[in-house]
Ligand binder design. Structure first.
Ligand SMILES: [Zn+2]
Length: 344
């Protein structure tokens, strides 16, 4: 089959790769009907070294079950399923707690060990725990929004949950990528009354406003912090969704939080150390977050997608076939596109 192989920074190729097969009795194989390129795919696109190992990319997909292993119980051939970016057994202590991204038998798609989903098909480890059967046909009009349940919508929601967003709260969203935009949807959905999007790309800000952002702060650094304080009686916001992962964005997140506020981090940190230890300590700020257990959130978010109350699929502003995936990476990296949908 054909798949998207990344060899090094900037080197993405569509090639013949081995067909996925059932390797464990708990595996399934799905034919990929929709996949996409993630903002987090842009980190290796910028930095991957040839020695790091080539990988079949992609950790977000919807597909149709083609094969199941002997121990798979909850899936059947032909099911339309969403694949969360992490696989999980659905039975361990952490899965029971709704934290499937810490599953003791879990892992992530799209690395040298586990091939990813920007391809014609993909092997799903721990298929019963991982895949979520959708009550729609494979070409349903809601596919773009359903696809966001594999990562960005669940991740934005996780940031909001960790940041304790609730009715009446004020929220700042740091980052105007697809996750930040879904964070706006999540904050509004959870009842926030003030949602400040911190970003500077006009197309993204327009979408953020349509999703429910009440204010826009396009400055950076100290000016951005000043602007947020002006908008919040001088104190800062109750909740901050950190959707970037750079030191500067984390510093900004801590600075715009009001004393006693909370920061939900879902941007993958690009440094080992976390900045802002002293300011966050002296402001009594709660900091949490990590890889979102999107598998757990599908139950809660799916009805809102099916009934049209949220439309996170609007973050996709370009659709490509497999041959055009390398150009999709380039377009997202050049900020020409917010998020690219792939139809293999
Ligand atoms: Zn588990």
């Amino acid at each position: 089959m054909r798949g998207t192989v990344m060899y090094a920074a900037g080197d993405v190729r569509i090639e013949n790769v081995p067909d996925p097969t059932i390797q464990e009795p708990t595996d399934a194989v799905i034919r990929v009907t929709r996949a996409c390129i993630c903002g987090s795919d842009l980190w290796p696109y910028k930095t991957l070294q040839p020695d790091d190992g080539a990988r079949v990319m992609g950790h977000e997909a919807i597909g149709v079950v083609e094969e199941i292993g002997a121990d798979v119980r909850t899936l059947k051939i032909g099911d339309v399923v969403v694949m969360p970016f992490a696989f999980s057994d659905g039975t361990c202590i952490f899965c029971d707690e709704g934290l499937q991204t810490e599953c003791v038998h879990g892992g992530f798609f799209g690395n040298p060990e586990v091939p990813g989903a920007q391809s014609e098909a993909v092997r799903i480890p721990q298929a019963d725990g991982t895949l979520y059967v959708l009550p729609v046909g494979e070409d349903d009009a809601l596919m773009p929004s359903l696809l966001t349940l594999s990562d960005v919508m669940g991740t934005g929601h996780h940031a909001a949950v960790v940041a304790k967003v609730g009715p009446g709260k004020s929220v700042a969203v740091v980052g105007d990528g697809a996750v930040g935009l879904c964070g706006v949807i999540a904050a509004k959905r959870l009842g926030a009354v003030q949602i400040i999007i911190m970003g500077r790309h006009q197309d993204r800000i327009t979408l953020a406003r349509e999703f429910g952002a009440t204010d826009v702060v396009s400055e950076r650094g100290p000016e951005a912090v000043e602007r947020v304080k002006e908008l919040t009686d001088g104190y800062g916001v109750d909740a901050v969704l950190e959707c970037v992962g750079l030191d500067q964005s984390m510093e900004t997140a801590i600075e715009v939080a009001r004393p006693g506020g909370a920061v939900g981090r879902v941007g993958v940190p690009q440094d080992e150390l976390m900045p802002g230890a002293q300011p966050s300590f002296f402001k009594n700020i709660t900091i949490g977050g990590g890889p979102a257990p999107v598998r757990a959130y599908i139950d809660e978010l799916l009805p809102d997608v099916l009934e049209g109350r949220i439309e996170p699929g609007r973050v996709f502003d370009r659709t490509v076939d497999l041959d055009s995936v390398p150009d999709g990476y380039r377009a997202m990296n050049d900020r020409e596109s917010i998020k690219v949908l792939v139809r293999p």
